[in-house]
Design a protein around this ligand. Sequence first.
Ligand SMILES: Nc1ncnc2c1ncn2[C@@H]1O[C@H](COP(=O)(O)OP(=O)(O)OP(=O)(O)O)[C@@H](O)[C@H]1O
Ligand SMILES: [Mg+2]
Length: 398
Amino acid sequence: MESNEVIQAKLKETTEALSKQKEVLHQTSGFLESVLENSKDIIFRTNLDGALVFFGKGGESALGYTWEELSGSAVKDLAEKPPDLERLVYSCLKDKAVIHREITFRHKNGSAVHCRMALVPLFNTREEVIGMAGVCRDVTAWRKFKEDLIRVDRLAEVGRIASGVVHELNNPVAVIGEIAGWIGAVASDAEGLDEGDREELKTSVRHIGEQTKRCRNITGQLLSFVRESKLTTTSLDAHELLKETVNLLTPELKFTDVEIVFNFVQGPVFIDSDKQLLEQVFVNFISNAVYAVKDKGDKRGRITLATSLNNSGESPTVEIKISDTGVGISKADQEKIYKYFFTTKPPGKGTGLGLPISRNIIKNLGGSLSFESEPGKGTTFNIRLPISRALHVSQTGS
Ligand SMILES: Nc1ncnc2c1ncn2[C@@H]1O[C@H](COP(=O)(O)OP(=O)(O)OP(=O)(O)O)[C@@H](O)[C@H]1O
Ligand SMILES: [Mg+2]
């Protein structure tokens, strides 16, 4: 029989061990609580039926549900495809195995939340399964980033192919254009043609000329977009360039009832840019406006080119508004107009490159672009571009 002292010593030892264990337990549960409180991951626990008995704060913000709303409900119902998650839950509980999978949950607002998920079986002291824990990391943004990368890569590849094709097409098209011009000249005084045939031939040749010009426009746009050549930046007067662009488009404006109105601030407005590039931007917007007005068939169509200065921000900008009274852009199309190859024009009339390329150029010049459009009434494109120091200095009078 053990003496009283021995028993007391053992009791003390056990009490100390127990209190140490209690402390470890306290620290562990504090640690767990802190992880569960602060983790951005979706962390949950279920019973053997796959019903939720715990759902962490991270899950609440990732999926938009509160714990009160979810308590006791089946975890599978959180998934976009419940039977898929149900199968995984079942095999985790039955096979007592950890499962790693990608799964899509549905946010309360209906949007998809893509997650990398780990399901872990939970055991009691007798090694019996009592439920499972799930830890899911929201990888929606990462997935979108990956998809964007693939798309960008594909686009770059298309760009490389396009630039090759365009190079190859450029010369034959130029030759066709020149020959058409020559045939036109020959047809004017060719003998043996009656007047009717001569006119028909001249019209056909003119069409060839117009269409080759159009092809060269398209190839030119694509080439300027993909070329790696050095751009020559000079200080350009935006007013001058806008007027030049309208002159350039005069053939397109012939035989139309489009009135062009200039509404410029006084004096020149200088922009540091490559002339051809900026001209390309203006051509795109003005010819879109011309087309929209013609498309409406309005006898009193108008295009207004207006400029205004904004000196309030860090660097002064010019706002160039190109407004038309054309057909306008439908609400559905408004989301698509900056997409490559989006066009509502009939085949042969539009390639759907003007706006996306122009937007890119404007961005590269440090500017921004927006538009307002009312179907049936017209459209205004707003181009904001930084103006060069020269103007800024002359404006402040120094
Ligand atoms: N001023 C405008 N009024 C009405 N719709 C417009 C206007 N500008 C652009 N759009 C719409 O946006 C589409 C895309 O324009 P974008 O300039 O990119 O291509 P496109 O003019 O069709 O072809 P491209 O410019 O390559 O010859 C047009 O087809 C048209 O539907
Ligand atoms: Mg266009």
